[in-house]
Write a protein that binds this ligand. Structure first.
Ligand SMILES: NC(=O)c1ccc[n+]([C@@H]2O[C@H](COP(=O)([O-])OP(=O)(O)OC[C@H]3O[C@@H](n4cnc5c(N)ncnc54)[C@H](OP(=O)(O)O)[C@@H]3O)[C@@H](O)[C@H]2O)c1
Length: 334
């Protein structure tokens, strides 16, 4: 195991000219914030939000130098609470990790105990990071559809941004839960990847991005997991069937949402927000349990891109351009 008095971490710094630079450097446990648990990180993963933090986005991370990484899975090496003991394996996603608290692109993190979930039986530490925040968001989106009454008999469910982290795991979980999934992607060559995850049909990003200006489109979707926002979310809302549920978690296309009231007042469409960082402990535990059992995907290897801390750099550039297919998992032991 690495040494907490001098461990490897990605450090993002703000330069005097207000530009940002990042490098793999050394930090010590004294550099980490106060907290209940010191965790030796085995794996982390790359999410879109990490790429923003790593690029100096002050909407995500206010102060630099900073270590990004909103996800981490590893072993407790010090605990000052009774609920966790040295040697426990834990999964950390969300809350402030990697945002304004030094995160998982490092061999160690220190966090409040309330942020930690014990690794569920049925998921290895690595598998928990294939899911990570992306998988947790996908799972919460599916739960919200189910709570809204969308069943496999209700009709097709659309997933937008389908080859991305949240998107591909939403495709897989929905298919595993028995839904007929239609995946929308800008990557026309990835049809086989999406079919392999269980998509019944794949449509182009353009087909999910109505430019007609009409307030309503043909009723198509019983449910939608939207990961991109903007006009694609607006299109999903006006293409939802009567009583359809549309979840909204992301903004890679745009933070804007221009819609009319017609889908809501004529089709009883419901728009449901999905926010994972502060998700309550009860739902958090339920969803991790589901991801480890009935929603565990047999195709986890197929969505995984393995890399070390040193190999992360090109993936950061790629995810900012929407270029990543699946989940980049960072092995801190390499
Ligand atoms: N609310 C929450 O709690 C929460 C939690 C996790 C993530 N998120 C958000 O969810 C979004 C997805 O996160 P992620 O980590 O899955 O990112 P990701 O891996 O980069 O996936 C995003 C996918 O969206 C599509 N896309 C990219 N740029 C686009 C554009 N300009 N227009 C339309 N589609 C575009 C691409 O898929 P295709 O090429 O297949 O179309 C891309 O792979 C982000 O906005 C992230 O911040 C929110």
């Amino acid at each position: 195991m690495s040494d907490p008095t001098r461990f490897r971490a990605m450090v993002v710094s703000e330069n005097e000219d207000k530009t940002f630079s990042r490098a793999i450097g050394r930090r010590t446990a004294d550099d980490l914030p106060d907290g209940d648990l010191l965790v030796a990180v085995a794996y982390s993963s790359l999410n879109y939000k990490d790429a923003l933090s790593a690029s100096g986005n002050k909407g995500v991370t206010r102060n630099y130098p900073h270590t990004p990484g909103i996800d981490a899975a590893g072993t407790v090496v010090e605990s000052r609470v009774g609920d966790f003991a040295k040697g426990d394996e834990v999964v950390l996603t969300g809350f402030d990790l990697g945002a304004n608290t030094d995160g998982g692109f490092a061999e160690y993190v220190r966090v409040p105990a309330s942020w930690a979930v014990k690794r569920p039986d049925g998921l290895s530490l690595k598998e928990s990071m294939v899911y990570g925040t992306a998988g947790f968001t996908a799972a919460l989106s599916v739960l919200r559809l189910q709570e809204g009454g969308v069943t496999p008999d209700s009709g097709d469910v659309l997933v937008t941004g389908a080859t991305g982290g949240v998107g591909c795991l939403a495709v897989g979980i929905l298919a595993r839960a028995g839904y007929r999934v239609v995946a929308s992607t800008g990557k026309e060559l990835e049809k086989d990847f999406l079919m392999g995850l269980g998509a019944a049909d794949v449509i182009s990003r353009e087909a999910a991005d109505d430019q007609s200006g009409r307030p309503l489109s043909k009723s198509l979707w019983a449910g939608v997991v939207d990961t991109v926002g903007g006009n694609i979310l607006a299109t999903a809302i006006k293409s939802a069937k009567y009583g359809g549920v549309v979840t909204c978690c992301g903004n890679v296309a745009s933070v804007e949402l221009n819609t009319t009231v017609f889908p809501f007042i004529l089709r009883d469409v419901r728009l449901v927000g999905v926010a994972t960082p502060d998700c309550p402990a009860g739902i958090r535990a339920t969803l991790w349990q589901k991801m480890a059992t009935e929603w565990k995907l047999p195709q986890l290897d197929a969505v995984t891109i393995d890399c070390s801390l040193d190999e992360l750099e090109p993936h950061i550039a790629s995810i900012l351009k929407g270029g990543v297919r699946g989940r980049v998992v960072v092995d801190l032991s390499r």
